[in-house]
Design a protein around this ligand. Structure first.
Ligand code: GTA
Length: 330
């Protein structure tokens, strides 16, 4: 915690590398509205991506304003996982059952459940920026191997000039949004954090459990900024995060995958907690860094993440990939 009479080690609004990243015009204007999203008046522009395995569709839609101007939106529509305790009800209360085929002891049906048992999780980004549309568009990806010098000369200037707004993070930290969803908080301004259910988890079943820890201090953008100075913070996240999840959801630490993304989408340090049995998007080797490994690496060398090269994937038309190509690094 802060020592009385001394300036705080990590002032709340301090940024490690100069001024806060400039926000894109559209993002600066995107105020969080209280009225529900007008789903019924969305005009479908295109399907950005769909996934038969994830049973999800990523859609670019547009909503017409009062004077006819169109505003972009991204909609993520996902079939939700089955809940064990609802399965019997689903079988009992189906509204229709159509035989598709029968062969010996095998048969397949179309089963139509009642509306309350056929929920679709709809995630809305509105107004969406061009960067959001790009993010969800299916594209080829390429691996980049970023040295510390690449980070300093290519990546850092790029993320300072354009990255997603992190207003949603500040809203959570300041209790302006999702305050009723907080699972645990350590309020220390330097070594504290807030643990909330992630956007992607509807909390109905533990199979796809997903929580996110957002640190209170605002001067750590990503894994690259971490030094031994952050060890108390990282240990708090690890230990208190595990305890809070075991207490609230009954999932032991041995069944949690606790990691950071590099590169993240949002440059305010946060840690992902996902169920070990869940193949969460972004848990692959080229993006996820286990928090326990990060702690060990910092113990071995306080400047570990300012020395080593890090690998990550970038989508084919991402401007950052172009910067690496221009520098002859890909
Ligand atoms: N509680 O307002 C929020 C909020 N927002 C805006 C983002 N998150 C939020 N959580 C709360 N409230 O896990 C969560 C995100 C993510 C984390 C940020 O914060 O759900 P990150 O900075 O490392 O970025 O983490 P990441 O992982 O790229 O973020 P995101 O947006 O989840 O993107 C994931 C990628 O997975 C996308 O490219 C997308 O194409 C893909 N994907 C696959 N399935 C899904 C899905 N069901 N929903 C969303 N994206 C999916």
């Amino acid at each position: 915690g802060a020592v009385p009479g001394r300036p705080p080690r990590c002032p709340r609004a301090a940024m490690a590398d100069g001024p806060a990243p400039k926000r894109r015009r559209e993002e600066a204007e995107a105020a969080p509205g209280d009225s529900p999203f007008p789903l019924g008046s969305v005009r479908l522009r295109r399907l950005l991506r769909d996934s038969a395995r994830e049973k999800a569709a990523f859609v670019h839609g547009q909503v017409a304003g009062p004077s006819g101007e169109e505003t972009d939106a991204v909609l993520i529509l996902e079939k939700t996982p089955f809940q064990e305790e609802k399965i019997e009800e689903l079988l009992r209360r189906h509204t229709k059952l159509e035989l598709q085929m029968r062969n010996d002891i095998y048969s397949t049906y179309r089963l139509y459940p009642p509306p309350e048992l056929s929920e679709i999780k709809a995630t809305v980004v509105y107004p969406a920026t061009e960067k959001h549309l790009q993010k969800y568009l299916r594209q080829e990806v390429h691996l980049v191997r970023e040295t510390w010098e690449d980070y300093r000369d290519i990546t850092l200037p790029f993320i300072q000039s354009q990255s997603f707004s992190i207003q949603w993070v500040y809203n959570i930290l300041e209790k302006k949004a999702e305050a009723d969803r907080i699972i645990h908080e350590n309020p220390d301004p330097c070594d504290g954090f807030v643990l909330v259910p992630d956007f992607k988890w509807n909390q109905n079943q533990l199979e796809d459990l997903y929580l996110i820890a957002l640190v209170h201090r605002r001067d750590v953008k990503s894994l690259r900024d971490l030094t031994a100075e952050h060890l108390p913070l990282l240990r708090n996240v690890l230990q208190e995060g595990r305890e809070a999840i075991a207490k609230r959801f009954g999932v032991p630490g041995s069944q949690l995958r606790i990691y950071l993304h590099y590169q993240p989408s949002y440059y305010h340090l946060h840690v992902h907690f996902t169920a070990l049995g869940y193949d969460a998007p972004g848990s692959s080797a080229e993006r996820a860094h286990l928090l326990e490994d990060v702690v060990d690496n910092l113990l071995l060398d306080a400047g570990y993440y300012q020395k080593r090269a890090l690998t990550f994937a970038l989508r084919a038309d991402e401007p950052l990939l172009k910067k690496f190509q221009e520098a002859g690094r890909v």
